[in-house]
Design a protein around this ligand. Structure first.
Ligand SMILES: Cc1cc2nc3c(=O)[nH]c(=O)nc-3n(C[C@H](O)[C@H](O)[C@H](O)COP(=O)(O)OP(=O)(O)OC[C@H]3O[C@@H](n4cnc5c(N)ncnc54)[C@H](O)[C@@H]3O)c2cc1C
Length: 415
């Protein structure tokens, strides 16, 4: 570690990344203030499926997925949908995405995802020792099921995970039904990660981490950040609707909303959003014991304290379009296909996964302002990666050396 200890940090965003970064900074005795115009854990970090998925190294930038995309987009009842009015704005993202849908990029993403996913649960374990997770976190494994429809893709996933030494157990239909007797066997096989944890209440967990941050002396300001800049060699300025605050260093951890700030810093990072939805079937959470994901349908069920949470689909449509009723119907129909006993749903919710077109997050210094660190773009895995991102980013802010190769997450990859 270098001798120059950081004197103060401002973090923009109180999602799981921002709160975990804040906690790690306080452990290093660095005075920290988190800004958010919402209460902590209101956006994607609230409504996700709650899976801790350290095995999920393969993302959607794959040649096999690319082949299926056009037919999925033109079907209104598939796992992928488009808001057509948003296409012109999304062209840069689509352009970069297409460039990354090849085997080399797929494996590059898998390698760099694996590196941080591999440390993700150790980083959470450390935090879980300091907070009471009773009724909030369970370790009952996570099941994936599939039909014969996309077996080539399933085989590719199994092969890559084997190559990377990731533990996985392939299951027959009977073995799946032994674990989850209430689901209808509308699938032909599956995979079990028996060591995986899930959240029964992501917001409840985040709130506990946030409370620990406050107990350790962290500050929180419920203010909307309008702009951010490096004002002097060792000073950054965060301007909210109320006032301008100065810190030695600042962090952008605004999830899918980070682009408005990075654009101001003169970097054209092609961050966009994959919209996802959830609904709750209240009182039905005991129908299954653990999360089940139906891969061909792009949706899953998680037993949570709020009810059985049905989560999923990817909709490309930006941050401003209204929610789509059709997407909700799709999730509800998929849920009833697996569990025909389900009836009424509540709490329709739309959330924004922050996604870069190569499906790697941006973790590291801004290209033009070295005292500003980025921590966003964790796409489908931002819940899993919160604690490890906290450790990495706090280390960077404290000028610590790391054994991790962080080059794959640098924003300069888009220049
Ligand atoms: C449907 C769905 C299911 C998912 N399931 C899983 C899963 O099972 N497992 C998993 O690992 N991941 C999952 N994810 C992904 C995960 O939820 C996200 O990647 C993660 O929550 C992103 O965290 P974040 O802190 O970067 O962003 P967010 O949680 O979105 O937080 C960003 C914060 O920044 C604040 N903010 C934005 N702009 C400003 C501003 N100008 N000033 C002040 N504050 C600002 C926002 O109010 C917000 O609170 C899922 C996501 C979705 C949508």
């Amino acid at each position: 570690m270098s001798n120059d200890k950081c004197s103060s940090v401002g973090i923009i965003g109180a999602g799981i990344q921002g709160v975990c970064i804040g906690l790690q900074l306080l452990k290093k005795n660095i005075p920290t203030t988190i800004f958010d115009h919402n209460d902590p854990g209101t956006m994607a970090s609230y409504g996700n499926a709650g899976h801790f998925s350290p095995y999920a190294v393969l993302q959607l930038n794959r040649p096999d997925v690319l082949y299926d995309v056009p037919k999925m987009l033109f079907s209104s009842s598939g796992p992928l949908a488009l808001k057509w009015n948003y296409i012109p704005k999304m062209l840069p993202w689509i352009f970069h995405y297409l460039k990354n849908c090849n085997k080399k990029s797929m494996m590059h993403t898998a390698k760099y995802m694996h590196q941080i996913l591999n440390h993700s649960m150790d980083a959470y374990e450390e935090i879980f020792q300091e907070i009471d997770t009773t009724n909030l976190v369970e370790q009952r494994g996570i099941i994936y099921v599939w039909t014969n429809k996309n077996l080539k893709s399933r085989n590719l996933e199994i092969k890559v995970r084997n190559e990377l030494g990731i533990k996985q157990k392939i299951l027959t239909v009977k073995e799946i039904l032994d674990l989850e007797p209430n689901i209808k066997p509308v699938f032909t096989g599956g995979c079990f990660y028996d060591y995986a944890y899930h959240a029964r209440d992501p917001k409840g967990i985040l709130k506990k981490i946030f409370d620990l941050y406050i107990q350790k002396g962290g500050k929180f300001l419920k203010e909307n950040v309008k702009s951010l800049k490096q004002s002097k060699i060792n000073e950054t300025s965060i301007e909210t609707e109320k006032k301008i605050y100065k810190f030695e260093k600042s962090v952008v951890a605004c999830g899918a909303f980070s682009k408005q700030l990075t654009d101001q810093l003169g970097e054209n990072i092609p961050l966009d959003t994959e919209r996802g939805y959830h609904v709750h079937f209240k009182g039905m959470e005991n129908l299954i014991k653990r999360p089940i994901i139906f891969l061909d349908r792009g949706f899953g069920l998680t037993p949570m304290n709020q009810g059985l949470r049905a989560v999923g689909t990817v909709e490309l449509g930006g941050l401003k379009n209204p929610p789509s009723k059709k997407r909700i119907e799709y999730i509800v129909n998929c849920s009833k296909e697996l569990l025909p006993q389900l009836k009424n749903h509540e709490d329709e919710w739309l959330g924004f996964r922050p996604t870069l077109p190569d499906f790697l997050p941006v973790i590291g210094p801004s290209k033009n302002s070295k005292n500003i660190i980025y921590a966003f773009g964790h796409h489908h895995l931002g819940w899993t990666l919160g604690a490890i991102t906290g450790k990495i980013v706090a280390g960077l802010l404290n000028n610590e050396k790391t054994n991790l190769d962080l080059s794959g997450y640098n924003s300069s990859r888009f220049n």
